[in-house]
Design a protein around this ligand. Structure first.
Ligand code: NAI
Length: 302
């Protein structure tokens, strides 16, 4: 209907300028996708060196996209890369760049105090209209938002790794998030070419709440001697149609990240057997075997 089309277009038009804070794995991906879909993006991190690395990573990723997308016409691919890169600038000063922004997407270190300090400072500098979001995987959005006076304009945007490839965004409505903010975040996710799903501000939202206990159950099944890693992975790929088995996925996600999430939930809900710690997972993390990123986790990687 015309009314909903025009109102969604108006909301869509509202979010044009995006500040992404944290130029690591997730932030760089979010900045790339926002810039590729015509948003003007400022990417913020703590040092010029880190930002240079992020920019290089984004350029390399865009070139891979262009190579596929413009296989027939490489010169159009190069023009595409340059056009997208033009939409991205970088800064080490979040407080000053946030003054002209419609939306902040925070993807810094997973630490409540650090996130609260950041948003507390941004809240004083950002215009009234600016919506704040966090990409946190394990912290309550409401706890992060409590450092600001804009609970109605604070929500969660939870992306998946690798951001340019993964279609899903979990849009989180905290108790204080207004319907208008929530609708704007759904529209923004669609404008990024993603598929948003609506989530409440509960541990793990939807995907991790199901996925992390599943992966831990696979480790426990193996610890009990009821199946080899290889057989469990093959079983879930061929029997359940999953693209990766649970041990492959743990290595991909990072064993430290998975342990961090499960430990946090266990602390809050110690009687829930789904959140029980796993001795084998803890042992591998203690040995520095964190998965793909360190060359070894449950499996050895080249
Ligand atoms: P990362 O370690 O790759 O990147 C974090 C970046 O933030 C680093 O470049 C760091 O220098 C920067 N940073 C730290 N403190 C800062 C500050 N005060 N101001 C500006 N920049 C700062 O981490 P990653 O994996 O990108 O995760 C970021 C967030 O996204 C975390 O909250 C994490 O829970 C969440 N997340 C991670 C996913 C993953 O698969 N890695 C998936 C979905 C969410």
């Amino acid at each position: 209907c015309i009314r909903s089309l025009s109102s969604s277009a108006a909301l869509n038009a509202a979010i044009k300028h995006v500040t992404v804070i944290g130029g690591g794995l997730m932030g760089a991906g979010i900045a790339q996708v926002a810039a590729s879909t015509g948003h003007s993006v400022v990417l913020v991190d703590t040092s010029e060196d880190i930002l240079k690395k992020s920019a290089k990573g984004i350029e390399a990723s865009l070139k891979r996209v262009a190579k596929k997308k413009f296989a027939e016409k490489p010169e159009d691919g190069e023009a595409f890369v340059q056009k997208v890169l033009k939409n991205i600038s970088t800064s080490t000063d979040a407080v000053s760049v946030v003054q002209g922004t419609d939306l902040v997407v925070e993807a810094i270190v997973e630490n409540l105090k650090v996130k609260q300090d950041l948003f507390g400072a941004l809240d004083k500098a950002a215009p009234e209209r600016t919506i704040f979001t966090s990409n946190t995987s394990s912290l309550p959005i409401a706890d992060i938002a409590s450092s600001t006076a804009r609970l109605d304009r604070f929500g969660g945007l939870h992306f998946f790794n690798p951001v340019p490839m993964m279609k899903l965004v979990e849009v989180i409505k905290a108790p204080g998030t207004s319907q208008q903010t929530f609708d704007a975040l759904l529209e923004f996710s669609k404008a990024l070419g993603k598929h948003p799903v609506s989530c409440k501000d509960t541990p793990g939202f939807i995907v991790n709440r199901l996925l992390v206990p599943y992966m831990l159950e696979a480790v426990r099944l193996h610890e009990r001697g009821h199946g080899s890693k290889e057989d469990i992975d093959v079983a879930m790929k061929l029997g359940a149609g999953y693209p990766m088995g649970p041990f492959e996925l743990l290595d991909y996600v990072g064993l430290d990240t998975s342990k961090f999430i499960i430990d946090g939930w266990h602390e809050k809900d110690p009687d829930n057997p789904l959140f029980a710690p796993s001795p084998l997972l803890n042992k591998l993390v203690a040995e520095g075997k964190l998965g793909k990123k360190t060359g070894e986790g449950f499996y050895k990687h080249k």
